[in-house]
Design a protein around this ligand. Structure first.
Ligand SMILES: [Ca+2]
Ligand SMILES: [Ca+2]
Ligand SMILES: [Ca+2]
Length: 320
């Protein structure tokens, strides 16, 4: 909406017809309906020359809407989304049995082994709790044993304290901070957690002088432009990959609604490995293209979020 005044300034003195036309174009572009395949990694790219594929590694984050509950999830479509990535962090995981089932299904779909690292218990301040899990292709990534932990949340700052784990993919080693922040009706609750994430990021960054590729990702329940990110953005060369114009949630009508999911890291350390590609994955425009309302079908049978992803080179010497 910030752009509206700029457009009306530019259109000053234009004929009314031109103004109406401009307004129409603008409202279409504001609809955030993905074009067919937008944000989707084309199969041709995913399976292109083995040489290219082995040089890059795609990390995604996906709120999986109560994965493991009896909620009419289309597990084939769901696993089809996961199978496109080399690593995908999952929030809203309701039990670990479902993770084993998903892992086996991914193996059947891709003919490669998958593994996951999950929090050792369900996390949450109230009776509602969930696991964090990071699912990854075992042929491309090694989990650094003993590196996973749940943030020691002194003072109970987080409804669900972040999950932290270190991996190595090719030459690229990195630590992921993964979170599903509080939703809450009160915006101040979400902003307080966003502000606190800056402290978590700094602590994890400072804990290991030899590892500086710290990737913060998850469902933040806030767009990247929100004032709540002031502290995190104050960290040197901090960048986010999903701008708030890229919407990542679906409403019950199947329309995109909010930009809540993101991937953050410090450019000074990680731009060396970052391949420059990140987006939300509007997979349903392909997976459910025969459906009259693919977004609604995705909302009902997969999740009310879409994955967000970023691509990294793994063939460079890791510079930290
Ligand atoms: Ca590194
Ligand atoms: Ca460090
Ligand atoms: Ca680096």
């Amino acid at each position: 909406m910030e752009n509206l005044p700029k457009i009306s300034n530019r259109s000053r003195g234009m004929p009314v017809v031109a103004l109406i036309l401009l307004t129409c174009i603008f409202s279409v572009s504001c609809n955030h309906k993905p074009k067919d395949g937008q944000g989707h990694i084309p199969d041709s790219a995913a399976t292109s020359s083995a040489a290219t594929a082995s040089k890059t590694f795609t990390i995604a984050s996906f709120n999986s809407l109560h994965l493991g509950w009896n909620n009419q999830k289309d597990t084939t479509a769901y696993c089809g989304v996961l199978a496109k990535y080399d690593m995908i962090g999952l929030v809203e995981v309701m039990n670990t049995e479902i993770l084993d089932k998903v892992k086996d299904k991914l193996h059947a779909m891709t003919s490669v082994d998958w593994e996951y690292v999950a929090s050792d218990k369900k996390i949450g301040r109230t009776t509602y709790k969930e696991y964090y899990a990071i699912m990854y292709r075992a042929d491309k990534t090694r989990f650094i044993g003993g590196s996973s932990r749940v943030w020691n949340d002194e003072g109970d700052k987080f409804e669900r304290e972040p999950f932290i784990a270190t991996f190595k993919s090719g030459n690229f080693d990195y630590t992921i901070i993964f979170i599903h922040t509080a939703f809450g009706d009160n915006l101040s609750v979400r902003r307080a957690e966003a502000a606190e994430l800056a402290s978590v990021f700094k602590a994890v960054q400072d804990a290991d002088p030899k590892e500086n590729d710290i990737i913060l990702m998850g469902d933040f329940n806030l767009p990247a432009s929100d004032p709540g990110w002031q502290n995190l953005k104050a960290i040197a060369t901090m960048q986010y990959e999903i701008p708030d114009t890229t919407l990542t949630t679906l409403n019950s009508q199947g329309d995109l609604s909010s930009s809540y999911d993101n991937i953050w890291f410090q450019g000074q350390y990680t731009n060396w490995e970052y391949a420059g590609t990140a987006n939300a994955d509007y997979y349903y425009t392909v997976t459910f293209k025969e459906d009259p309302n693919p977004g609604k079908r995705a909302f009902k049978t997969v999740s009310d979020h879409v994955p967000v992803f970023a691509v990294f080179y793994v063939d460079k010497d890791d510079d930290d």
